[in-house]
Design a protein around this ligand. Structure first.
Ligand SMILES: Nc1nc2c(ncn2[C@@H]2O[C@H](COP(=O)(O)OP(=O)(O)OP(=O)(O)O)[C@@H](O)[C@H]2O)c(=O)[nH]1
Ligand SMILES: [Mg+2]
Length: 307
């Protein structure tokens, strides 16, 4: 996970640090230090851009790094700059996630969650994983099989439901997804169930019928939270995907899936600076326990080798 980004950061900072310690630092002029700093900024910039961090996010990080570091008076301390870069990225991500709802600590029952996204991003798997996560935390969950559009979708979620021992409310193939959601919420109310997780059919931002259907599910189910599921593998395209979705429907947070297969690692930074919706959970594999609440510190420790 994020191996490329981690390796590049490690190369930049430890290599330069090694070179640095070999030369007589006090003999360095201000000009020499300035050149070193500029080179370093350029290396960081290139690394970020190559790692799926968008152009604007990259600029923003470089600028705040420069601002935080102030004038170059002393020798260029690579370990120190690495720490500053880490802090700068942390600031960006933590600010975006500030105030994100803690799913385990909500004061409404049932708490209704609707999951949206384009085809194959991992909605159905994520719902099963999240149901499992909630169950493990002592919560009662029901799933609404509201993808009635794709053949096999109802079976897929039913099988997953059995695997994790969570009830799945379903109607027939091609039936109205909003009414399945309505039934699931009704079921939850009657049985004092804590969470209703509503699956939905994958849809492209261009498919008008499916977009109208999505709006209807939202109108009928009145979810407490609407979550956009994004696939980390598409890299920077997550931004465009999220922006096009948000023109059609308002969503409150993001779940980023397939991070385990993401070597580049920068999409978390791009999302934080450009979509400005909190990342609630991340998917890190295909097993039912491969989901975790997103923690900026976890991410930083994965992309920087130094503690
Ligand atoms: N490696 C990995 N694979 C994942 C992760 N999350 C989902 N997948 C895989 O992605 C594929 C698609 O997952 P689904 O849950 O069916 O995706 P979906 O968004 O429901 O797809 P549609 O219903 O067709 O729109 C499956 O093979 C999942 O196992 C993850 O975090 N890591
Ligand atoms: Mg699905």
């Amino acid at each position: 996970m994020f191996d490329k980004l981690k390796k590049k950061f490690s190369d930049i900072f430890s290599e330069n640090d090694n070179k640095n310690s070999k030369i007589e630092q006090d003999a360095e002029s201000i000009e020499e230090r300035t050149i070193k700093r500029d080179e370093l900024d350029q290396q960081i910039e290139e690394t970020l851009l190559e790692s799926d961090v968008s152009f604007d996010s990259t600029r923003m990080i470089i600028e705040s790094l420069r601002k935080n570091m102030g004038k170059i008076k002393r020798k260029v301390d690579y370990k120190f700059i690495e720490q500053e870069l880490k802090n700068t990225i942390k600031e960006v991500i933590a600010k975006n996630n500030d105030g994100a709802v803690n799913i385990l600590n909500v004061d409404k029952k049932p708490f209704v969650m609707l999951f949206l996204g384009i085809n194959g991003t991992g909605k159905t798997t994520t719902i099963a994983k999240l149901a499992y996560f909630l169950k493990e935390h002592g919560k009662k969950v029901v799933i609404s099989a509201s993808d009635t559009f794709r053949a096999g979708a109802i079976d897929q979620i039913s099988i997953l439901g059995k695997e994790i021992n969570v009830e799945v409310i379903k109607h027939d193939f091609k039936s109205d997804p909003a009414s399945v959601a309505y039934d699931a919420i009704d079921h939850a109310r009657a049985r004092s169930i804590d969470y209703v997780l509503i699956d939905s059919a994958g849809r492209m931002q261009t498919n008008k019928n499916l977009l109208d259907e999505m709006k209807k599910i939202k109108r009928v189910a009145k979810p407490d939270i609407t979550v956009l599921v994004l696939d980390a593998l598409i890299g920077q395209d997550v931004i465009e995907q999220a922006n096009t979705f948000s023109k059609e429907i308002n969503f409150d947070g993001i779940i980023l899936t397939k991070l385990d297969t993401d070597a580049k690692g920068g999409s978390i930074i791009s999302i934080s600076t450009e979509i400005k919706k909190p990342i609630l959970f991340v998917g890190i594999g295909q097993n039912m326990d491969d989901i975790m609440p997103f923690d900026p510190n976890w991410y930083l420790n994965k992309i920087f080798s130094s503690k």
